[in-house]
Write a protein that binds this ligand. Structure first.
Ligand code: NAD
Ligand code: TYD
Length: 346
């Protein structure tokens, strides 16, 4: 098979967005309909614990939107969902580092085998012009100084990161071997509306709204680069047409911060003090710092629109205004994680 190149964007394309009921996938569907109102959008999602159909309720009943409940490891469900698609964006994944420490196998299944199932079906779709594999900066492992480039060595250090590295390289191999028009993105830590509450920012914001303490791992000296979710989604949407097949693109917010200084910014914005912090047992194998060089993406014209100040403000505002979204999620989490790692750290 020869490499298929993307030409100019046709008027109404058919999109398959896997994992579209989750945090970033649902934000992507919102952006997609805002940018391409006539696009035909299918979401394939298994509806795991982190999914929420409320994330897509705006599009229910819309003629050009279809939700399919299914597993990306299920070849039949994938064949049905991908039939005739012009673009596939694979957000579906097991995504929580802490869970991967307790249960690596579930991560191998979805984040490697699921990617394989999607790629095999993609080979049977001759009209497909783009396959985006959403990877992560965690595949590089940690870095003390400087930043990772797209050609830096991959040294993942936790089971989530290792499984994502497997999916990332498998996607590349389908470009190199079969000429599939694959692009791989590696984004830094996302935050913003509709994130499941096990990740640091949504957990801490909702705890503080509830007058509860926030559990900081270790001394909170680890560094993350924070990317507002709509900036990530804009990058992915742009790469569908402007990216080059077989290439990897880093997507970072350029907002590096230690966990403890991030917490202090949140406390200030939410009018709380240091008494809201609870230092808890550190994560095993906790990556110290992530940092991305994004000049390759920037050369295509992308810049983040949000810095940490504006992004945190709008995230706090969203959770403050959407208690009906997060309160049921939190109540369910409390029941499920009363024991195990989540119980120990509370
Ligand atoms: P999320 O957990 O909120 O959403 C994941 C979605 O995938 C859920 O809707 C879930 O039901 C679905 N899913 C899981 N297993 C599936 C399966 N086997 N078949 C079909 N659907 C399945 O995660 P997110 O934060 O939105 O992450 C989306 C993608 O972005 C993931 O690939 C993740 O690795 C990547 N990523 C996330 C971040 C971040 O900070 N959240 C950063 C970089 C990259
Ligand atoms: P997280 O949101 O889980 O993302 P990732 O592990 O993919 O970076 O964690 C972000 C940082 O916050 C990470 O250094 C771990 C830390 N953290 C805490 O200190 N307490 C918490 O309760 C959580 C969930 C994370």
């Amino acid at each position: 098979m020869t490499v298929r190149k993307t030409s100019g964007a046709p008027a109404a394309r058919t999109w398959l967005v896997t994992g579209g009921a989750g945090f970033i996938g649902s934000n992507f569907v919102h952006l997609l309909f805002a940018q391409e109102p006539n696009a035909r959008v299918r979401v394939l999602d298994k509806l795991t614990y982190s999914a929420n159909l409320k994330n897509l309720q705006l599009f229910r009943g819309r003629k050009n939107f279809q939700f399919i409940k299914g597993d990306i490891c299920d070849a039949r469900a994938v064949a049905r969902a991908m039939a005739g698609a012009d673009v596939v964006v694979n957000f579906a994944a097991e995504t929580a580092v802490d869970r991967s420490i307790d249960d690596p196998h579930t991560f191998l299944r979805t984040d490697v085998e699921g990617v394989h199932t999607l790629l095999q079906q993609a080979r049977k779709e001759p009209q497909l012009k783009r396959f985006i594999q959403i990877s992560t900066d965690e595949v590089y492992g940690q870095i003390k100084r400087g930043s990772f480039y797209e050609n830096s060595e991959l040294r993942p250090r936790n089971p989530y990161a290792a499984a994502k590295a497997g999916g990332d390289r498998l996607a590349y191999s389908f470009f190199a071997t079969y000429g599939l028009p694959v692009i791989i993105t590696r984004a830094s830590n996302n935050y913003g509306p509709r994130a499941y509450l096990e990740k640091m920012i949504p957990l801490f914001v909702t705890n503080l709204l509830d007058g509860q303490k926030v559990p900081v791992y270790g001394a909170g000296l680890q560094i993350r680069d924070w990317l507002y979710v709509s900036d990530h989604c804009r990058a992915v949407h742009m790469l569908v047409d402007r990216g080059v097949s077989g290439e990897v693109y880093n997507v970072g917010g350029g907002q590096e911060c230690t966990n403890i200084s991030l917490v202090r910014r949140m406390l200030k914005l939410m009018q709380r003090d240091e008494r809201s912090i609870k230092f808890v047992q550190d994560r095993p194998g906790h990556d110290f710092r992530y940092s991305l060089d994004c000049s390759k993406l920037q050369r295509l014209g992308w810049r983040p629109e949000h810095n940490l100040r504006s992004g945190l403000r709008s995230t706090i505002d969203w959770y403050s205004a959407n208690e009906d979204w997060w309160r049921p999620v939190k109540a369910n989490m409390e029941r499920r994680f009363f024991t195990g790692y989540w119980g120990r750290k509370r």
